[in-house]
Design a protein around this ligand. Sequence first.
Ligand code: PMP
Length: 443
Amino acid sequence: MSHLVHRSLRSDPPIAVSGRGIYLYDAEGREVIDGSGGAAVACLGHAHPKVLAAMKAQMEKLCYAHTALFSCESAERLADIMVGHAPGGLTHAYFCSSGSEGNEAALKMARQYFLEIGQPQRTRFIARRQSYHGNTLGALAAGGNAMRRKPYLPILSDAFSHVSPCYAYRDRRDDESDEQYVARLAAELEAEFQRLGPDTVIAFIAETVVGATLGCVAALPGYFKAVREICDRHGALLILDEVMSGVGRCGTLHAWEQEGIAPDIQVVAKGLGGGYQPIGGILVSGRVIEGLAAGSGAFMHGHTYQAHPVACAAAVAVQEVIREENLLENVRRMGKRLEERLTERLGNHRHVGDIRGRGLFWAVELVRDRAGKEVFDPALKLNERVKMEAYARGLACYPMGGTIDGRRGDHVILAPPYTVTAGQIDTIVERFGDAVEAAVAGV
Ligand code: PMP
């Protein structure tokens, strides 16, 4: 048995030994297509020469300088890239080492903003059920992933309350139009503001496209406009968590660009550094930074490895490659192909309830029966079975759902690198379709 603490303490996972482009190679010598970039992380695939060269050059120049004393060139450049041309008034960036740290920073900056502008009574956050914002205690308290929260409920902050997500596949009533469903969700959010007292709310926080907990669920048109309007009316901030869905994954640099609104604070991570280094961050609007600057003049938060020079150099290179190789265009084109191929292969499958996503961020929700949307028994761990069957066929994909909350089906995420080719999309769908067939056979 391994001495390392793995996710499962009962079985050891395969050992990944090397990666090149879209492929990973394990210790058994197996070649596997990285069909989900881990958890939608590896946006350029593996061993991209430009990113490796940028990291090496940075390491030879400067590996570390503490941010209490210095800034560094790569962090400054990354901030310029991420907010320099951003729509929506985002003007500043803060970089840390993960998505959870990014969410912690967002929550704390939002609270500090209201302290600085003389509204200390704002102490509450509204988040959504069936969401995930990270595994640190603050981010876990914000999230609505029942399975991950359950063991820690007694030690989670009660500053967070949760409203329904926008999950049309299951939650829109048969007698409701899209507009009526969105209006119902907006009314629920408004009622939660009223219940708490509108001037006690710091922010509403949501994933722009829900990642792991629901499986690539985008909101219906008009939902985020309604949310933005409610936050504005009550003077609260809007925090959008784009750790999974952002930085190009959905076909635009920011997923919120497709919603016709902008957040006050945005959380980014996975696609920022593409997995080459651990890096996350927040992108912040001028309004919030001005509030802090005019008040105490400092962000009362920070970590030893924030704005790490090598992590930032890797992320700069990743972002430059995305631009130079016009990869957002490829995300949109290949995303369309992925949708079409998935629909051809699985659209009429008796156990496929929904195929959904944006850009190169797609999920297939598996159900016992299509018409009634009845879920499989979570004990069957069907999503895990799909993962295993896919791996045996040379495809890595990301399984979720099932055990998280019994009301939902199992879902499996596909999120290939932005560099994926048409032929590779076809192979991914072929292997994935075969894996789903094999997993559901006999259940
Ligand atoms: N927010 C979202 C939307 C995520 O998908 C994740 C990770 N799956 C996180 C936050 C936490 O990021 P990390 O695991 O890097 O801490």
